[in-house]
Design a protein around this ligand. Structure first.
Ligand code: COA
Length: 352
């Protein structure tokens, strides 16, 4: 029987480390100023989110999500022991696409040198913090049906350019960072029901769509971009808007339910699973999920302290971080649960 399996994994974060202490002093170009720009503090950010630092791309106009994604993808491709030309499908998950259209997957494809007339299929998916598991479910289905043989899933985000660096935007601004993660998924011939990707289940509830959103434009209106450059302070359309409390509650509830459902439907217990890898939005969300889903705390892997919320990148980035630290080993079984804007959420169980 053909099953899908993760053949390679890679990640990339920019070099610039922005510690909580620096955040109040950043201007709208994320350049540090002598005078405080935003009323926030290391103490508040640490206590409410668990974040200690995050990474930002250089503000030199050269870094889009496809650039971060390309480096992560190259690492995943090398880890899989294949070349970029072997990839026959790319699934790119991001909420910070390089431009409005075309999608970011084709830019990544070109940067990997696999464009042209023999180029592979390219999909962009828009499920925000749940993008990686939505992508994994697609890749699993593609590989098991024989549609594609080497599917590259990339989650990459440049958040630092679209945050509101002022007291008005502080609730969102302090949470997000830039980064990328990637995996290569391919087929394996096996009768072992516990090989490769064992389970994926994803859901959405559009009634929560306006609890976390970034408009930039509204195509129903003309002009569809309503940006007054003279009055930047009024332009909330340019920045993410969030009902933090509602998002928090829905994240905990849906990640707990998705985790319990994953175990019930596979018949697995925590004794079978090596690591719990939740989406990294807030350490308090993850601690609550660990408590309510009765997950052994020592099996939970977090990286939000180091990278903040990197949205579609968090799951592969977290696994790769702890693999490089020597904790996660080849073949370990991971249960991942995610929640994001939309609302979207889900869980997956897979070997890394
Ligand atoms: N620094 C200092 N104070 C801040 C702040 C910041 N960065 N952001 C908000 N505050 C203030 C608020 O204005 C409020 O002040 P007030 O009491 O005078 O009105 C106070 O802190 C408490 O705000 P509140 O929103 O109640 O805090 P919270 O405990 O709910 O934590 C979040 C805020 C954003 C950390 C939390 O709601 C959260 O993490 N939500 C989920 C976010 C998320 O996961 N997003 C991604 C989804 S995938």
């Amino acid at each position: 029987m053909i099953r899908s399996t993760i053949l390679g994994l890679g990640s990339y974060v920019p070099e610039r480390i922005v510690k909580n202490e620096e955040i109040p002093f950043l201007d709208d170009q994320h350049v540090r100023q002598a005078v405080q720009q935003t009323e926030t503090s290391d103490e508040w950010i640490r206590a409410r989110s668990g974040i200690e630092e995050r990474r930002y791309v250089p503000n030199d106009g050269k870094w889009g999500s496809s650039d971060l994604g390309t480096i992560a993808a190259e690492r995943a491709i090398a880890d899989a022991g294949i070349t970029a030309k072997d990839i026959d499908c790319i699934i790119f998950a991001t909420l910070s696409p390089d431009i409005h259209f075309p999608g970011t997957a084709v830019f990544l494809q070109s940067k990997l040198g696999i464009d042209g007339e023999t180029g592979c299929a390219c999909y962009d998916i828009r499920q925000q913090c749940s993008g990686f598991l939505y992508g994994l479910q697609m890749a699993d289905a593609f590989v098991r049906t024989g549609m594609y043989k080497r599917v590259l899933i990339v989650g990459a985000e440049v958040h630092s350019h679209s945050l509101d660096y002022s007291t008005r935007g502080r609730d969102v601004m302090v949470l997000f960072g830039d980064g990328a993660g990637a995996v290569v998924v391919g087929p394996v011939e096996t009768d072992d029901p516990r090989a490769g990707v064992l389970y994926t289940s994803v859901q959405a509830d559009g009634s929560g769509a306006m609890d976390l959103y970034l408009k930039v434009f509204e195509i129903a209106k003309a002009p569809f971009v309503q940006y007054d450059w003279k009055n930047r302070d009024e332009n909330s359309i340019m920045y993410p808007q969030m009902n933090g409390k509602r998002v928090f509650l829905h994240a905990v509830r849906n990640m707990v339910v998705a985790t319990k459902k994953a175990l019930k439907e596979t018949g697995l217990t925590w004794a079978d699973i090596d690591w719990f890898v939740p989406h990294q939005a807030n350490l308090r969300i993850n601690e609550a999920v660990v408590q309510y889903a009765e997950i052994p705390p020592e099996k939970a892997l977090n990286t939000i302290m180091f990278y903040g919320n990197t949205t579609a990148a968090t799951v592969p980035l977290t696994i790769d971080h702890w693999r490089q630290a020597g904790k996660v080993k080849k073949g370990d079984l991971v249960l991942s649960a995610v929640f994001g804007a939309g609302y979207t959420w889900g869980a997956g169980i897979f070997r890394v």
